[in-house]
Design a protein around this ligand. Sequence first.
Ligand code: BDP
Length: 703
Amino acid sequence: MVVRAIWLCLLMLMTAGQAHAEDGYELWLRYRPVQSAVDLPQRVVLYDESPTGRAAASELQRGLSAMTGRTVSIDSPVKRGIAMNEDPAEARKKQIVLSRNAQPDPTLGAEGYHIETGAVENHVLVTRISANRDIGLLYGAFAYLRQVQTGQPVRDTTDAPRLKLRLLNHWDNLDGTVERGYAGSSLWDWWRLPDLKSPRYVDYARANASIGINGTVLNNVNARAESLTSPYIVKAAALADTFRPYGIRVYLSVRFSAPIELGGLKTADPLDPAVRAWWKAKADEIYAQIPDFGGFLVKANSEGQPGPQDYHRTHADGANMLAAALGDRGTVMWRAFVYKGEVAEDRHKQAYNEFTPLDGTFAPNVLVQVKNGAIDFQPREPFHPLFGAMPKTPLMMEFQITKEYLGFATHLAYLGQYYEETLSADTFERGQKGRTVAQVISGMAGVANIGTDRNWSGSNFDQANWYAFGRLAWNPHASARDIATEWARMTFTTDARFVRPVVDMMMRSRETVADYMTPLGLHHLMATGHHYGPGPWVDNLSRPDWNPVYYHKADKDGIGFDRTAKGSGALSQYDPLAQAAWANPQSMDERYLLWFHHLSWDYKTRSGRPLWDELVLTYDRGARDAAALQDIWAKMQPYIDAERFEAVSANLRIQAREAKGWRDASIAYFQSKSGRALPAGVAPPDHSLDYYKSLKFPFAPGI
Ligand code: BDP
């Protein structure tokens, strides 16, 4: 113990001189000195000469040297053509061995790994990472490093991902802007690709591999046809070459009308032979450049995008045509985020109505990609009714990692807790209990929050959302709290005086945002375009279902969207057992109350208070909780570096001010509808409703 403490002090002193700018660039892969340093291997023995095997060895070398302060060597016996441990001095070093199984281990699949410590070779304890394929060695290396970084004893571990597809979706445009991006510009420097070999692309791949992400869609779902032209395919191929050793396949979003725009055809009808031939030739051209190309992501017949319905064909016709072009080389992810221009139907119902009749008609290499909720990435949404309603179609979950509706990169909202809430919801697919969302999905996509900002995600805490997404895509049954704990330990410090309160704060943070933005199941209250500040009064947009007033329906008598049989009937799209959870306002979780019910202001809530009072008090609590985050954080100063402490403090100041703004503007507006007095002790808004309505944010990012 004493030896370790002295060693750690020495190590800290040694590394203190090396200027580490704590600007967040290193993410959770910081590899700072650890207490267990003296016990850790000094030698990596690599029995796999693939680029991925080498990436695994060099990550171990990088991590172990930084955490122990010692030189860590890589030995490649295969390369040298001789048996390992022939040099007695080398042989006596503690070592970690990376080797592929001679006989495949069926429990590991293609991407799993096994970590085992115990075999003694030449009197030295050896830790062995084994896998069926090289990518398993890389995942195993990161898992081993994670155990060391988080201060745990290295445990024998066997692990494999539960989901096959674990993808980031970049909503990046070819001009370098990022739709709903709050972390700078696009990472992809399309202008200088394919020549540019940015080290940042390697670091991007390392970070993703460390959490098990195995694919990336490079461009925006609102896609330009140009991304399929030959020069852009070559640029995408350069990125694919960089990502390949890290197990990350490249995918592209495609514009359905590309055969017209690029091919000069008169139609993009998916059943037209010339259109089909165009896509097949395009796919062949891509595979000639990117042999392991992942496939296509498609937004069709949604928000003005072209699609098969333009030719009176179905989503399945469109998806299957692209699936045929890819063949068994790749996958089509066809998005279910659709709503028709002319339909007066509750938007909540439209995707279900369009897709459930198609269940069982999609080609085997098609997944339907469904947003977590039926409206649009709101601070809280019930799970999408398509989960559990398409048993014959593989479904891909789409979460937003970027916080379009949760305060961009400035407000602290840990989304791991949100993802967990959705993944653990029971769909009761075909009336069976325990068919949670996690059980019914085949893959997970996260709309990336990554850009050119030095800290990648626009704020230090938003890194946790990228991290949590990856860890849950690997295992959708994992605990959001455990993931937050792991992340905090790797990203900041293992000191419990920091980790405990910070993890508590993270776990509560998204509830706080929901309280001051969209309490009690309210939704879609954001101002036009930027979706940042409040706009519950907005009623002037061309489509009714783009207006917040359409969703809250507040008037002098009450508030809320009736989705029961008396209202839009959207509740009936869930399995009857799932419906039961939300059918009765008296017994349901009130955090979803006004999502499903329109109630009078006098309606008595669980607290015994009338709905009006409850609404105001929830707004008020949200604003107070947001302000309190600053006090919790202030106590963390002794445990972390000044740079990140200050960066987080600044964001929390902004959040506290804006949460108060949300509270005040919302209370002022809803009071203009209810005409009621504020509950006793609640401070009135600082300004008039007209003042809040007059605020404009023309330069908000991400539009
Ligand atoms: C909405 C975004 C919009 C996206 C759209 C989508 O506001 O920018 O294009 O979703 O997912 O949330 O297609």
